[in-house]
Design a protein around this ligand. Structure first.
Ligand SMILES: [Fe+2]
Ligand SMILES: [Fe+2]
Length: 268
């Protein structure tokens, strides 16, 4: 079985120390095989904030794959924003803004949806849509096929429609057609799951949103939250479930609030 810890919107610089400890405890307990970070790792893209994130990640003791969020580009430091927007990000996460992870059971494709010219909203280009689709088509029958971006492709509250990824109308059906199972994202600090359709309207994939993992920037009464994704496949039989774990302040730990077994699309 593969176990993936999906974290988003850690916003180092605004982290809650007690929640961070609770998250490290959860990781220690669950021993994930892989940790995915869907952006907004820092609050203001400062070198010190990335350094704090790096220290945290070494304590997770799992391989980490990340994509940047809008907060990982400097906002007020205009020269840096224009000339080297990913400088501090790359110091910790390396040159690749669109990393991939692959093993026998998993294929994860990272997509950078941030744009230095935009303050907040994300975008996916035609070239990115095509590259990811081609990569998904090369997946093995037993692999869980995951795409990770920062910006959401579906909204469950009217106020989030304006936050949707520009280009999602093209990207989502193309990627589902190409075999995507899960599209992981964050950005709006609201955890939820919504089915995604292929170009003929059949539900074959899932949009999986994570809340903010450890930041004090919670949305209203919604607590800090992370996802644990379980996957196994045997001879073409693929099983996947997603558990949402929320931080419970009184108990000072993360607790599982929901676990959903997912219907996956085609295996080959
Ligand atoms: Fe965020
Ligand atoms: Fe964001």
């Amino acid at each position: 079985m593969s176990l993936i810890l999906h974290l988003s919107d850690l916003h180092f610089g605004t982290e809650d120390a007690a929640v961070m400890q609770a998250l490290l405890q959860l990781a220690e307990q669950q021993q994930p095989d892989l940790c995915l970070l869907s952006g907004d790792i820092t609050q203001r893209a400062r070198r010190s904030q990335f350094a704090a994130a790096a220290t945290f990640l070494t304590r997770l003791s799992a391989p980490v794959l990340a994509v940047p969020g809008n907060h990982d580009l400097p906002l007020f430091n205009l020269p840096a924003r224009l000339l080297n927007p990913y400088g501090n990000y790359r110091r910790v996460f390396g040159q690749a803004l669109e990393p991939e992870f692959e093993d026998e059971k998993l294929l994860v494709v990272g997509v950078n949806t941030t744009r230095a010219a935009r303050h907040k909203n994300g975008e996916v280009s035609a070239a990115q849509v095509q590259r990811v689709a081609q990569r998904l088509e090369q997946a093995q029958a037993d692999q869980l096929r995951v795409v990770m971006v920062h910006h959401p492709v579906r909204a469950v509250q009217g106020s989030d429609v304006a936050n949707l990824l520009v280009g999602h109308e093209q990207a989502v059906p193309a990627w589902v057609d190409a075999g995507m199972d899960l599209l992981l994202a964050g950005h709006i600090h609201l955890p939820y799951m919504v089915p995604l359709e292929d170009s003929s309207g059949r539900q074959r994939a899932w949009s999986v949103q994570a809340g903010t993992g450890i930041s004090q920037r919670v949305r209203g009464a919604i607590p800090n939250s992370v996802n644990l994704i379980e996957y196994q496949s045997n001879a073409g039989q693929r099983q996947c479930s997603i558990a949402r774990w929320d931080h419970a302040r009184e108990q000072q730990r993360f607790v599982q609030v929901r676990k959903t077994a997912l219907q996956l699309g085609r295996s080959g």
